[in-house]
Design a protein around this ligand. Structure first.
Ligand code: TZP
Ligand code: MG
Length: 226
């Protein structure tokens, strides 16, 4: 088995992945919100800004990348493999309709983390064959953050974790309140977007989610990952 890079090790230990989605946070608040999420304990942070052009994103992505580096938290940029090296990001996240993982690696460069969204067990199994570094699986529940997707529900979660050896982050409509239910359904790692960004006190809220994840045991930490 190939040795894991430092960033892959961090990913393997991560259970709470936060996304700074600029449809919830004004650009001018992005740095402050990032600091709150990091202080609360997110273990991976993604910048997602569907309404921004690549060139608009660069200065902010550079700044967030430096802040995450200081915190020792992998910084992932959504959708833009070509911006990874110029912003100092650690990785890129792509969807089902984007380039192949192989092409993304070619563009983003060696050693860059690549994550891929999946919306069914079949997609998760297919995506694993492309050898990204991690998968997203969802949306579990209907969510305004990604409105045009049919929720996958909780039933396939156990099977996804049983059959996929990459780190899998469940996503979509997950909140502090339903996190115990999502964990009981077999999730080992989660992404929470609006639940953290819209909280009255994002730092404390993030910390509370980390505590719930930690209390649910260390299944993710002990499962073999590639
Ligand atoms: N991919 C699947 S669901 C989703 C993405 C980016 C959005 C999740 O956002 P929220 O606010 O945690 O439901
Ligand atoms: Mg995309």
């Amino acid at each position: 088995m190939k040795a894991r890079s430092e960033q892959q090790e961090r990913l393997a230990g991560a259970r709470l992945y936060g996304i700074l989605d600029l449809s919830y946070v004004r650009e001018g608040e992005a740095v402050a919100m990032t600091r709150k999420l990091l202080a609360g304990g997110v273990q991976v942070l993604q910048l997602r800004a569907k309404a921004f052009s690549a060139s608009q994103l660069v200065p902010l992505a550079r700044e967030l990348s430096g802040i995450c580096r200081e915190a020792g938290v992998p910084f992932i940029i959504n959708d833009h493999p070509d911006l990874v090296s110029e912003t100092g990001a650690d990785g890129v996240h792509i969807g089902q309709d984007d380039l192949s993982v192989e092409e993304v690696r070619r563009r983003a460069g060696a050693g860059v983390l690549v994550g891929k969204s999946t919306h069914s067990l079949a997609q998760a199994l297919a995506a694993e064959n492309e050898a990204p570094d991690y998968l997203g699986f969802g949306p579990l529940f209907a969510t305004p953050t990604k409105p045009d997707y049919i929720p996958v529900g909780l039933t396939d979660i156990v099977e996804v974790y049983r059959r996929v050896s990459l780190p899998v982050f469940c996503i979509g409509g997950i909140k502090k309140e339903n996190l115990p239910e999502v964990l009981a359904a077999g999730a080992e790692r989660v992404v929470i977007v609006s639940g953290l960004l819209l909280a009255n006190d994002p730092k404390t809220h993030t910390h509370a989610c980390v505590s719930i994840l930690n209390a649910s045991g260390d299944a993710a930490a002990t499962r073999p990952t590639r």
